[in-house]
Design a protein around this ligand. Sequence first.
Ligand code: FMN
Length: 364
Amino acid sequence: MIYRRAIRPLFFGVAGRDVESIHERVLGGLAWTSRSAALTRAVALAVNLAAGEQPRGMEREIFGLRFPNPIGLAAGFDKNAVAIPALAALGFGFVEVGTVTRHAQPGNPRPRLFRLISDAALINRMGFNNEGAEAVARRLARQRPRGVPVGISLGKSKITPLDEAVADYLGSLDLLYPHGDYFAVNISSPNTPGLRALQERERLDALVAALVGRLRERAAQEGRAAPKPLLVKVAPDLEDSALDDVVEVCLDRGVSGLIAVNTTIARDALSAWVPRTLAEQTGGLSGRPLHMRAVEVTRRLHQRAGDRLPLIGCGGVFAADDARRLFDAGASLIQLYTSFIYEGPTIARRLNRALASRRQPARV
Ligand SMILES: Cc1cc2nc3c(=O)[nH]c(=O)nc-3n(C[C@H](O)[C@H](O)[C@H](O)COP(=O)(O)O)c2cc1C
């Protein structure tokens, strides 16, 4: 409430015109906090005071990992893994960092992030700006223990041609392997030219076969009972037949689970309140207008895969009812990003409490 009434207007007002620089300042604060155990504990305490303590009984065991609660932070917020301890202190049950690419890259020119306030949405065309797999691996090596499972999202470097994508992803996986509890293959961002072609059956098959193969090799070398989980993140713009292909390939190749969904290039769910100049920005749309599509895709994937491929539902989760809708469609865990920006730093805790209390509020 304090966030929505007092802090968000500051961020979204005059000072907030440059959306990305506000985001960078917030992330910088969380990174700074993360460097001190005492500050991180203070953040956890502040969340308890502002939003209440974490309810009991929200733990989940999925993909062989133990999650303290089912509400995770989606990829793209902490691209370089600078703020995991602070994000865990805010109450997220897991954090997916990245997307990380084999080579460091600046991403697309700014502006590349836009707020569609009337619709509680964002459009972004960041283009995988990140410090690259080596730098992120070095940072993660200094950071353990982290308290919550950490996923690492892997993407293709822009300079790497599509036909060399497999080696590019494997290069990132090799560097980051010791530091991830699970790995997510990002082949669904609309902001790297050609990337989504990797969702086509043959290319996807080659890519996931190589990555699962590498995870199995590493598990055998280390004497691990099971390889670290590999997840595939899908685009909401795939047709049903293409979603079915993804499920088949993932089941054939031993992928551990799916994340549904990434941002959409569709604009049909936007309201008439959004100015055309914003609606027509190139990039991926996230937030409230994505939610119903995320539910549909999750349901379709679950119908095809059943319990053989656990799902992380993602897209427009602002309230407990949204999370419930995704659970009902077959998701085992939830991720969010846009509602963190709109609803503030206690969103994970508030969602957990609302889910635990079985109340059905329209908003948490
Ligand atoms: C600014 C921004 C950057 C993102 N970057 C990534 C990314 O690097 N990798 C990725 O897999 N998804 C990325 N996403 C997509 C989110 O992880 C998520 O799938 C999507 O935003 C839908 O969830 P939401 O409606 O809760 O935001 C990004 C989203 C936003 C808004």
